[in-house]
Design a protein around this ligand. Sequence first.
Ligand SMILES: Cc1cc2nc3c(=O)[nH]c(=O)nc-3n(C[C@H](O)[C@H](O)[C@H](O)COP(=O)(O)O)c2cc1C
Length: 241
Amino acid sequence: MIYYFTGTGNSKWVAETMAAKLGDEVSTIAEAKTADGDKIGIVAPTYAWGCPGPVGEFLKTLKTDGKYVFFVATCGSNCGMYDKQVAKLLGRPVDAFLTLSLPNNCIQLGDCEAEDAAKAKFAAAKPILDSFIAKVEKGEKVVDVVRGPVPHLLTYVVHPAYLKFATSDKPFSVDIGKCNSCGACEKYCPVGNIKLVDGHPTWNGNCAQCTACINRCQNEAIQYGKKSATRRRYHFTEDLV
Ligand SMILES: Cc1cc2nc3c(=O)[nH]c(=O)nc-3n(C[C@H](O)[C@H](O)[C@H](O)COP(=O)(O)O)c2cc1C
Protein backbone atom coordinates (compact mmCIF):
# COMPACT_ATOMS: atom_id res chain seq x y z
CA MET A 1 0.00 0.00 0.00
CA ILE A 2 1.23 3.48 -0.87
CA TYR A 3 -0.36 6.25 1.17
CA TYR A 4 -0.21 9.80 -0.09
CA PHE A 5 -1.12 13.32 0.90
CA THR A 6 -1.34 16.00 -1.78
CA GLY A 7 -2.49 19.55 -2.35
CA THR A 8 -1.58 20.20 -5.97
CA GLY A 9 -1.05 16.68 -7.30
CA ASN A 10 2.75 16.15 -7.31
CA SER A 11 2.69 13.59 -4.52
CA LYS A 12 -0.33 11.81 -6.02
CA TRP A 13 1.56 11.50 -9.31
CA VAL A 14 4.57 10.00 -7.48
CA ALA A 15 2.37 7.57 -5.52
CA GLU A 16 0.52 6.43 -8.65
CA THR A 17 3.73 6.13 -10.69
CA MET A 18 5.27 3.98 -7.97
CA ALA A 19 2.15 1.86 -7.54
CA ALA A 20 1.94 1.17 -11.29
CA LYS A 21 5.56 0.00 -11.42
CA LEU A 22 5.49 -1.95 -8.16
CA GLY A 23 2.06 -3.51 -8.77
CA ASP A 24 0.83 -1.89 -5.56
CA GLU A 25 -2.25 0.10 -4.54
CA VAL A 26 -2.61 3.73 -3.46
CA SER A 27 -4.71 5.26 -0.72
CA THR A 28 -5.06 8.82 0.51
CA ILE A 29 -4.01 9.39 4.08
CA ALA A 30 -7.49 10.74 4.86
CA GLU A 31 -9.18 7.49 3.79
CA ALA A 32 -6.30 5.23 4.80
CA LYS A 33 -7.08 1.65 3.82
CA THR A 34 -5.42 -1.21 5.68
CA ALA A 35 -2.03 -2.19 4.31
CA ASP A 36 -1.59 -5.76 3.10
CA GLY A 37 1.71 -6.95 1.66
CA ASP A 38 5.25 -6.66 2.94
CA LYS A 39 5.90 -3.05 1.90
CA ILE A 40 4.37 0.24 3.00
CA GLY A 41 5.03 3.49 1.14
CA ILE A 42 4.21 7.08 2.04
CA VAL A 43 4.43 10.05 -0.35
CA ALA A 44 3.93 13.57 0.95
CA PRO A 45 5.05 17.13 0.26
CA THR A 46 7.62 19.00 2.30
CA TYR A 47 6.16 21.86 4.35
CA ALA A 48 8.73 24.15 5.96
CA TRP A 49 11.41 21.41 5.97
CA GLY A 50 9.23 18.79 7.58
CA CYS A 51 6.02 16.90 7.06
CA PRO A 52 2.52 18.36 6.77
CA GLY A 53 0.58 18.31 10.06
CA PRO A 54 -1.95 15.63 8.95
CA VAL A 55 0.90 13.40 7.72
CA GLY A 56 2.62 13.66 11.09
CA GLU A 57 -0.58 12.59 12.86
CA PHE A 58 -0.98 9.69 10.42
CA LEU A 59 2.60 8.47 10.91
CA LYS A 60 2.11 8.33 14.67
CA THR A 61 -0.68 5.77 14.20
CA LEU A 62 0.78 3.74 11.32
CA LYS A 63 1.69 0.13 12.17
CA THR A 64 4.82 -0.91 10.27
CA ASP A 65 6.12 -3.89 12.29
CA GLY A 66 7.96 -6.34 10.07
CA LYS A 67 7.38 -4.25 6.94
CA TYR A 68 9.78 -2.61 4.51
CA VAL A 69 8.89 1.10 4.65
CA PHE A 70 9.70 3.68 1.98
CA PHE A 71 9.00 7.42 1.96
CA VAL A 72 9.14 10.01 -0.81
CA ALA A 73 9.21 13.66 0.27
CA THR A 74 8.27 15.78 -2.71
CA CYS A 75 9.52 19.36 -2.48
CA GLY A 76 10.47 22.44 -4.45
CA SER A 77 14.17 22.07 -3.68
CA ASN A 78 15.16 20.61 -0.30
CA CYS A 79 13.74 19.04 2.82
CA GLY A 80 16.09 19.56 5.78
CA MET A 81 16.02 16.69 8.30
CA TYR A 82 12.59 15.43 7.12
CA ASP A 83 13.77 11.79 7.12
CA LYS A 84 14.77 12.04 10.78
CA GLN A 85 11.45 13.65 11.69
CA VAL A 86 9.64 10.78 9.93
CA ALA A 87 11.73 8.21 11.84
CA LYS A 88 10.79 9.87 15.12
CA LEU A 89 7.08 9.95 14.28
CA LEU A 90 7.08 6.32 13.11
CA GLY A 91 9.22 5.14 16.01
CA ARG A 92 11.72 3.61 13.56
CA PRO A 93 13.83 4.66 10.58
CA VAL A 94 12.38 4.02 7.14
CA ASP A 95 14.20 1.57 4.85
CA ALA A 96 14.21 3.93 1.88
CA PHE A 97 13.83 7.70 1.75
CA LEU A 98 13.89 9.95 -1.30
CA THR A 99 13.75 13.73 -1.63
CA LEU A 100 12.20 14.50 -5.02
CA SER A 101 12.32 18.04 -6.39
CA LEU A 102 9.10 18.93 -8.26
CA PRO A 103 7.28 22.19 -9.03
CA ASN A 104 6.96 24.44 -5.99
CA ASN A 105 3.36 25.19 -4.98
CA CYS A 106 4.14 27.54 -2.07
CA ILE A 107 2.17 30.53 -3.36
CA GLN A 108 2.05 31.94 0.18
CA LEU A 109 5.68 32.97 -0.36
CA GLY A 110 5.94 33.74 -4.06
CA ASP A 111 5.23 32.85 -7.67
CA CYS A 112 4.83 29.21 -8.64
CA GLU A 113 6.92 27.98 -11.55
CA ALA A 114 5.95 28.55 -15.20
CA GLU A 115 5.03 25.56 -17.38
CA ASP A 116 8.48 25.12 -18.98
CA ALA A 117 10.24 25.13 -15.62
CA ALA A 118 7.66 22.69 -14.23
CA LYS A 119 8.20 20.35 -17.21
CA ALA A 120 11.97 20.52 -16.73
CA LYS A 121 11.56 19.50 -13.09
CA PHE A 122 9.47 16.45 -14.00
CA ALA A 123 11.98 15.50 -16.72
CA ALA A 124 14.80 15.64 -14.16
CA ALA A 125 12.74 13.84 -11.50
CA LYS A 126 11.63 10.86 -13.60
CA PRO A 127 14.99 8.99 -13.79
CA ILE A 128 15.61 9.67 -10.10
CA LEU A 129 12.22 8.22 -9.23
CA ASP A 130 12.73 5.23 -11.55
CA SER A 131 16.05 4.42 -9.91
CA PHE A 132 14.46 4.69 -6.45
CA ILE A 133 11.59 2.41 -7.50
CA ALA A 134 14.07 -0.22 -8.72
CA LYS A 135 15.78 -0.18 -5.32
CA VAL A 136 12.46 -0.35 -3.46
CA GLU A 137 11.43 -3.29 -5.63
CA LYS A 138 14.57 -5.16 -4.53
CA GLY A 139 14.01 -4.19 -0.90
CA GLU A 140 17.28 -2.24 -0.74
CA LYS A 141 18.20 0.32 1.91
CA VAL A 142 18.37 3.84 0.43
CA VAL A 143 18.78 7.32 1.88
CA ASP A 144 18.74 9.89 -0.93
CA VAL A 145 18.07 13.16 0.88
CA VAL A 146 18.62 16.75 -0.30
CA ARG A 147 18.92 18.59 3.00
CA GLY A 148 19.76 22.14 1.84
CA PRO A 149 21.51 24.69 4.07
CA VAL A 150 21.18 24.72 7.90
CA PRO A 151 18.87 21.69 7.92
CA HIS A 152 18.80 21.22 11.71
CA LEU A 153 17.71 24.81 12.29
CA LEU A 154 15.03 24.57 9.60
CA THR A 155 13.51 21.24 10.65
CA TYR A 156 13.88 21.46 14.42
CA VAL A 157 13.23 25.21 14.95
CA VAL A 158 11.46 26.69 11.91
CA HIS A 159 9.24 23.68 11.17
CA PRO A 160 7.63 23.47 14.66
CA ALA A 161 7.14 27.25 14.61
CA TYR A 162 5.46 26.95 11.20
CA LEU A 163 3.10 24.23 12.50
CA LYS A 164 2.22 26.33 15.54
CA PHE A 165 1.96 29.83 14.09
CA ALA A 166 1.62 29.64 10.29
CA THR A 167 -1.16 27.16 9.56
CA SER A 168 -4.14 29.48 10.04
CA ASP A 169 -6.66 29.61 7.21
CA LYS A 170 -7.59 33.22 8.05
CA PRO A 171 -5.44 34.69 5.23
CA PHE A 172 -7.53 32.83 2.60
CA SER A 173 -10.37 34.77 1.02
CA VAL A 174 -12.64 34.53 -2.00
CA ASP A 175 -13.56 37.22 -4.49
CA ILE A 176 -17.25 36.40 -4.87
CA GLY A 177 -17.43 38.30 -8.15
CA LYS A 178 -14.88 35.90 -9.70
CA CYS A 179 -16.03 32.65 -8.04
CA ASN A 180 -18.14 30.49 -10.38
CA SER A 181 -19.14 28.05 -7.61
CA CYS A 182 -17.44 25.11 -9.36
CA GLY A 183 -16.56 23.54 -6.00
CA ALA A 184 -12.97 22.58 -6.92
CA CYS A 185 -11.73 24.18 -3.68
CA GLU A 186 -14.03 21.96 -1.60
CA LYS A 187 -13.34 18.86 -3.72
CA TYR A 188 -9.54 19.06 -3.61
CA CYS A 189 -9.08 20.15 0.02
CA PRO A 190 -7.39 17.02 1.46
CA VAL A 191 -8.56 17.74 5.01
CA GLY A 192 -12.22 18.63 4.34
CA ASN A 193 -11.69 22.17 5.64
CA ILE A 194 -13.67 23.93 2.89
CA LYS A 195 -17.44 24.06 2.64
CA LEU A 196 -19.37 26.00 0.03
CA VAL A 197 -21.90 28.34 1.61
CA ASP A 198 -24.24 30.06 -0.86
CA GLY A 199 -21.97 28.65 -3.58
CA HIS A 200 -18.72 30.13 -2.24
CA PRO A 201 -15.89 28.66 -0.16
CA THR A 202 -15.64 29.07 3.59
CA TRP A 203 -12.59 27.91 5.52
CA ASN A 204 -13.33 26.21 8.81
CA GLY A 205 -10.22 26.34 10.97
CA ASN A 206 -8.45 23.08 10.08
CA CYS A 207 -6.04 24.02 7.30
CA ALA A 208 -2.89 22.11 6.28
CA GLN A 209 -1.63 25.00 4.07
CA CYS A 210 -1.54 22.64 1.06
CA THR A 211 -2.62 25.42 -1.37
CA ALA A 212 -5.01 23.16 -3.29
CA CYS A 213 -7.85 25.69 -3.01
CA ILE A 214 -5.91 28.68 -4.28
CA ASN A 215 -3.83 26.83 -6.89
CA ARG A 216 -6.69 24.82 -8.35
CA CYS A 217 -9.23 27.63 -8.60
CA GLN A 218 -9.68 28.06 -12.36
CA ASN A 219 -10.80 31.69 -12.03
CA GLU A 220 -8.07 32.69 -9.55
CA ALA A 221 -10.91 33.82 -7.28
CA ILE A 222 -9.09 32.69 -4.12
CA GLN A 223 -6.33 34.77 -2.56
CA TYR A 224 -3.89 34.36 0.30
CA GLY A 225 -3.32 37.68 2.05
CA LYS A 226 -2.77 40.73 -0.12
CA LYS A 227 0.08 39.57 -2.35
CA SER A 228 -1.15 36.46 -4.12
CA ALA A 229 -3.33 38.17 -6.77
CA THR A 230 -0.44 38.61 -9.20
CA ARG A 231 1.34 35.33 -8.37
CA ARG A 232 1.41 32.45 -10.84
CA ARG A 233 -0.64 29.38 -9.84
CA TYR A 234 0.43 25.75 -10.18
CA HIS A 235 -1.17 22.33 -10.09
CA PHE A 236 -0.17 19.03 -11.64
CA THR A 237 -1.53 18.10 -15.06
CA GLU A 238 -0.60 15.05 -17.17
CA ASP A 239 0.88 17.19 -19.96
CA LEU A 240 3.72 18.21 -17.62
CA VAL A 241 5.09 14.66 -17.61
C1 LIG B 1 3.23 25.51 3.11
C2 LIG B 1 4.28 24.98 2.16
C3 LIG B 1 5.58 24.84 2.58
C4 LIG B 1 6.56 24.34 1.72
N1 LIG B 1 7.82 24.14 2.20
C5 LIG B 1 8.78 23.65 1.37
C6 LIG B 1 10.10 23.41 1.87
O1 LIG B 1 10.40 23.56 3.05
N2 LIG B 1 11.04 22.99 0.99
C7 LIG B 1 10.75 22.78 -0.34
O2 LIG B 1 11.67 22.44 -1.10
N3 LIG B 1 9.49 22.92 -0.82
C8 LIG B 1 8.49 23.34 0.00
N4 LIG B 1 7.21 23.48 -0.46
C9 LIG B 1 6.88 23.03 -1.84
C10 LIG B 1 6.15 21.66 -1.86
O3 LIG B 1 6.74 20.76 -0.94
C11 LIG B 1 6.18 21.02 -3.25
O4 LIG B 1 5.71 21.89 -4.22
C12 LIG B 1 5.39 19.72 -3.26
O5 LIG B 1 5.83 18.90 -4.31
C13 LIG B 1 3.89 19.92 -3.38
O6 LIG B 1 3.28 18.65 -3.34
P1 LIG B 1 1.77 18.37 -3.77
O7 LIG B 1 1.62 18.85 -5.21
O8 LIG B 1 1.63 16.90 -3.66
O9 LIG B 1 0.88 19.12 -2.86
C14 LIG B 1 6.21 24.00 0.38
C15 LIG B 1 4.90 24.17 -0.05
C16 LIG B 1 3.93 24.66 0.82
C17 LIG B 1 2.52 24.82 0.33
